[in-house]
Design a protein around this ligand. Sequence first.
Ligand code: NAP
Length: 110
Amino acid sequence: MASHTVTTSAGIKMPRFIYGTAWKKDRTTELVVKAVLNGFRGIDTACQPKHYQEDLVGQALVTLQKEHNISRESLFIQTKFTSIDGQDPQKIPYDRNAPLQDQVSSTIIC
Ligand SMILES: NC(=O)c1ccc[n+]([C@@H]2O[C@H](COP(=O)([O-])OP(=O)(O)OC[C@H]3O[C@@H](n4cnc5c(N)ncnc54)[C@H](OP(=O)(O)O)[C@@H]3O)[C@@H](O)[C@H]2O)c1
């Protein structure tokens, strides 16, 4: 039987199937919890409020830990940096005037 994970050239083990959270809007928390309870161990999100509710993915992680004893460490979460051109001008999740390096590092924790 094929492995459920692959190991990247950087040595990171990641699931072959990842649950995507774009366009889930205010159902994001509920749907991420449901996806994990049904077997997903990888979640895709992005610091791009135009398409993703990354904060609600975080809420799902809290619910999974508190209510289902599924730890953050058992899940693979990937996020992405989106440059200004791909952001909704009304919801840019970082300081548009900051140096690129700072925009990227604030994406990691947004
Ligand atoms: N599109 C992008 O540019 C992009 C970029 C980066 C990352 N992603 C990631 O990839 C994920 C998927 O994006 P996508 O562009 O492939 O989305 P998509 O074109 O909307 O495809 C979603 C797929 O999920 C199926 N689906 C939706 N609800 C379902 C349900 N309840 N049960 C079974 N199947 C269901 C849809 O089936 P039907 O066609 O039958 O409705 C469709 O095949 C995103 O959530 C995001 O995390 C996308």
